[in-house]
Every structure is written in structure tokens, then in C-alpha cells.
Design a protein. Structure first.
Length: 479
């Protein structure tokens, strides 16, 4: 009999499933959607946290969940170098997506490395790319070396000991691409322990690196994600190995109980009651360091009387950014109201997400009139609420690299959004302000493609994606 913390005999017989929680996204996806509670009806989830979040631990333990913590993940420089080479091969010969070069070329302008360092890196990558192309057996050699070297890594021994004590039957994760989770999956697959993954976001398949193992089953948002996985992995050609369930974290959008009424929302945000609100959703600083230029332009347009005084802007800071950066660049204004997302202390993503945080976002999406975002999933969030969308499509801070910025809108995962025509693109400053005014004058004229955008990206708009995902998980472990 497996060790448990008590309960009925039936509870003791439930299969122990390891469920990693590695950041805000997995908290929302697994815990706040109710997925974890639904899973507990047919298995015994063992929650593995990658950082110590005391309030979350107390909450989980008060509900009877067993909580454990990941051991630190650290590999030798030799192994890191070897994995780097394998990842280059994976990106070029397996993933085969234009997204890799689009993002790399765009972000290169922000690298602080000296030119000699950049050149050395480029030469190294070019060398290995050509070697993979000309020497067909080279990757097989590297993969064999990786397997041997990983067996000698201290981290593998530590994870092995940790998992042995937990006595786990299976793994369910929404972050299969994380190195720590990949190592767990590797160890489990070696022991023929079943592993299943629900891909957290529609961009993950084409924007993550090499994994040492392929999971037994995947749950995804849409038909594009399914096709991507089948393109990359020859072992996933059977349709039953990939379930299209939709996006569980979008179930909140279709649940009216997750939004405050307008007056309560205005009061909580400190917004004026006699104004309509435009939402500007910021992106992650690592991808869009110059994005504050657009909010600053809007501030100046308001102050110059170019936008109706009947409106104000609510700026929502991305969880992987700090609102202070925006305040410093844009400054204070009677027309700009700042809202910040939860941030972790050691890592921005290592923070709890409460029901109130989700209600804050849902209420903001519902009660704002026009949405502005840059190459963001928030375009889909807004479309779920049938809000007109504006996307800045120019770059005045780095005009010489504007083409690189525009290409970011055509990364593989984002192409279906672009094809849906839901985004109204602003090609320059003048058109940006003009679009804002046109959408203010007739917002409904710019929402006709919202439904198509939602169907393309999250597939379902019935608020039952969590239920579909849980059914797939149950069938995988219990059937």
C-alpha cells in the first residue's frame, strides 16, 4: 500500500499522480480552473512546487493535497554545452518553424554582448548547423553522449531519489518543455510510468526547445497545435494520442461569476465613473522592451486633445514585467491608470494567482471598450469578449529594425490570428491615433472577426475546456 496522509480505503487505493506547478500559468491552468479538484475524484494528485509559496501550500494542504518540492536543477557545463548542440539540431531539423529565426533576429538588436561575442556565437551555430547537414550520423552520436552524460549528472541521482520516495504512478503536467519536468518524464518513461501533458499555451509547441522524451499523450488548444506535434514527432501520428480540448484558462471568460459588475470594478481600479476605458495590455519585457513607446504616444495624444476626453486608458502590466518600468518611461497622467499583475520575489513568474486576480482580469476585459496589445494572446482574450483590437505595427524607437518587429506578428503560432483579420494594425503614429478614434466612434464595426479568432485559437467557446481536458486525463490513467 502506498503511503498516504489518511482518508478512506478508497482514497488510499487511488493512483498517485505527480502534478508539477512551476509558475503563475500552471497555477491558473491546473488549480484555479478546478482541474486539480476534478482530478482528485479519480486519482490522488501529488502537487510538486518548484518554489516555496507558503500561502499556496497552506491552501493545498488544507484541502487534503500532498505537496512536495522540486530538488534544485543544476547540470554541469559539459552537459549544458552538449544539450545546446542538440537543441540547435532540434530547432533546425525537427521543429522547422520560421518562428525561431523571426524572434532571434528581432531580439538580436537588444543583446548587450560585445560584437566579438556575438560573432563567435554566430560562427559556432553556423558550424554545427552545417555539420548536422553534412554529417548525418552526428546527431545520433550526440544523443548517445547525452544519454551517457546525463546518467552521471548529480541532478539525475537527486531526482531519482526524490521520485522514489513519492511512489508515483503517473505524471500530468502543463509544462512538459521545462528542463525539470523533462527530467521527471525521462525517469518515468524509463520505468514505464505513464506521462501526459496538456500544453499550457498555443505558442509553446513552436517556441520551446528539445525534449529528451515524447509524452504518451498530449492535450492541446487547437488543430494547429496538433499538426505541429505530429510534424515534429513521428510517434504521434495516431489521432487518439493528441486531444484537442480547447484552452482551460479561457473557461473563466465564459463564466459570468468571474466578473465584478462595472461599478465595483471601477471602484477597485480607482477609475473615474464618468469615463469609458481603453485597455492597453503590455507584453513581457524580455520580448518587447520598447513597447512603452505606444502608451507614451497615447498619453501625449490625450494631452493634446487628439482623443476624446470621455475616455481614459487602463494599462495592464504583464506578469513577466514590472509596472515601474512603464511609469518611468511614460510618466503620470490624468488619462493613464496603471494596473500591475502579481510578481514573484526571486522570479517574476513565481507568484501565487488568486481568484481575485482572475476576476480582476475578466472584469477588465469585460468592462473596457477598446483593446490595444502587441503580438499578444490578449488579442484572443479580448476577442472572447468581442472587443475591437488594435495592434501597433511600427517602431519609432528602432525604425531601422521595423521590418524585424513586423515579422514578429507572423510567427507560426500567431499566423492564424493574423489570418482571422481581428487585429487592426497601426502602420505609423498617425494611423495609431486615427484607429483609436475610429474604434471609439463605431466599435461594433471592428468586432466582426472576433468569433473567427476565438475558433481558430481556442477552438471552443462553451466554457467546458477544463472538463474536456479532465476527461482525457481520466481516460488516460483510469481506462
Amino acid at each position: 500500500m502506498r503511503q498516504t496522509t489518511g482518508g478512506t480505503e478508497m482514497e488510499n487505493l487511488k493512483k498517485r499522480i505527480l502534478v508539477p506547478i512551476v509558475g503563475q500559468g500552471s497555477i491558473t491552468h491546473v488549480i484555479r480552473t478546478g482541474m486539480l479538484d476534478s482530478m482528485s475524484e479519480f486519482c490522488k494528485p501529488v502537487v510538486a512546487l518548484i518554489w516555496k509559496e507558503e500561502e499556496l501550500v497552506k491552501e493545498l494542504e488544507s484541502k487534503g493535497y500532498e505537496v512536495t518540492f522540486f530538488p534544485p536543477y543544476k547540470v554541469s557545463p559539459e552537459y549544458a554545452s552538449l544539450r545546446y548542440k542538440i537543441n540547435l539540431w532540434y530547432l533546425q531539423h525537427k521543429l522547422k518553424t520560421p518562428s525561431v529565426n523571426i524572434q532571434r533576429q528581432y531580439l538580436e538588436q537588444f543583446r548587450k554582448n560585445k560584437q566579438t561575442v556575438k560573432l563567435r556565437k554566430q560562427l559556432s551555430e553556423t558550424y554545427y548547423k552545417w555539420r548536422f547537414k553534412l554529417q548525418s550520423g552526428y546527431i545520433k552520436e550526440l544523443l548517445q553522449q547525452e544519454e551517457i552524460l546525463m546518467q552521471k549528472e548529480q541532478v539525475l541521482l537527486e531526482y531519482k531519489s526524490w521520485l522514489k520516495l513519492l511512489n508515483i504512478y503517473g505524471l500530468f503536467t502543463v509544462t512538459p518543455f521545462l528542463h525539470e519536468v523533462d527530467l521527471i518524464a525521462r525517469l518515468f518513461k524509463q520505468q514505464k510510468i505513464p506521462v501526459i501533458a496538456s500544453i499550457h499555451s498555443f505558442d509553446n509547441v513552436t517556441k520551446r526547445g528539445w525534449q529528451s522524451v515524447v509524452f504518451d499523450k498530449y492535450i492541446v488548444w487547437n488543430k494547429y497545435n496538433k499538426a505541429e506535434l505530429q510534424r515534429i514527432y513521428s510517434t504521434l501520428q495516431k489521432d487518439e494520442l493528441i486531444t484537442i480540448a480547447g484552452a482551460p484558462q479561457f473557461d473563466f471568460h465564459y463564466n459570468t461569476s468571474f466578473a465584478w459588475d462595472r461599478q465595483e470594478w471601477l471602484q477597485r481600479k480607482g477609475l473615474p465613473t464618468d469615463k469609458k476605458v481603453i485597455l492597453f495590455s503590455g507584453g513581457p519585457v524580455a520580448l518587447l522592451p520598447d513597447e512603452p513607446q505606444y502608451l507614451k504616444l497615447l498619453k501625449e495624444a490625450f494631452e493634446n486633445g487628439e482623443i476624446s476626453k470621455d475616455y481614459v486608458i487602463l494599462f495592464r502590466c504583464h506578469p513577466l514585467d514590472k509596472v515601474e518600468r512603464w511609469k518611468q518611461y511614460v510618466g503620470e497622467s490624468n488619462y493613464i491608470f496603471y494596473d500591475s499583475a502579481p510578481n514573484g520575489v526571486e522570479k517574476l513568474d513565481h507568484a501565487n494567482v488568486l481568484k481575485e486576480d482572475i476576476m480582476n482580469l475578466m472584469s477588465t476585459l469585460k468592462h473596457t471598450e477598446i483593446h490595444i496589445n502587441t503580438i499578444s494572446t490578449m488579442c484572443v482574450d479580448g476577442s472572447a469578449f468581442k472587443k475591437p483590437q488594435i495592434g501597433p505595427y511600427y517602431d519609432e524607437v528602432n525604425p531601422s529594425n521595423e521590418k524585424l518587429f513586423r515579422r514578429m506578428y507572423f510567427q507560426e503560432h500567431y499566423v492564424p490570428i493574423m489570418n482571422s483579420k481581428v487585429l487592426n494594425l497601426a502602420y505609423n503614429k498617425t494611423q495609431f491615433i486615427d484607429l483609436v478614434n475610429r474604434l471609439i466612434a463605431n466599435p461594433s464595426a471592428y468586432t466582426t472577426n472576433c468569433t473567427r479568432c476565438v475558433e481558430e485559437i481556442i477552438t471552443y467557446s462553451d466554457g467546458r475546456s477544463t472538463s474536456r481536458a479532465v476527461s482525457a486525463i481520466k481516460n488516460f490513467f483510469v481506462a
